[in-house]
Design a protein around this ligand. Structure first.
Ligand code: ZN
Length: 109
């Protein structure tokens, strides 16, 4: 009753929710073509985690930038593990560069 106990003030990573995991499984079940969106190589869901050809779901818009649309499957593409992790690493570097806390305080104008 009242406010649900699981409701938090700190935003939860949408990828860590059961809703996301369920939706991702359903979405992958519907995909007839598991070709990687980026490198056009076939992927497989039967491979172990972190295998280069493992099927993953990639987001055309980074979840970090837009958590509220993480469950919008129109923005989902099939990607192999290799491409997905390469994109994630690039995004992490961009984020580091643009993080205002990391900017040098002695900036001159
Ligand atoms: Zn790929």
């Amino acid at each position: 009753m009242g406010t649900p106990a699981h409701r938090r003030l700190v935003p939860v990573n949408p990828r860590d929710t059961n809703a996301y995991r369920t939706l991702r499984t359903q979405w992958l079940d519907q995909q007839t073509d598991l070709t990687c969106h980026w490198c056009h190589q076939p992927t497989s869901r039967d491979l172990p985690r972190a295998h280069p050809r493992k099927t993953t779901v990639d987001h055309l818009i980074e979840v970090d930038l837009a958590p509220d649309i993480a469950l919008d499957t129109n923005l989902w593409v099939v990607a192999c593990w290799t491409c997905n992790s390469a994109r994630g690493a690039r995004h992490a570097r961009t984020k580091q560069r643009t993080d205002p806390n990391r900017r040098r305080p002695s900036r001159r104008w």
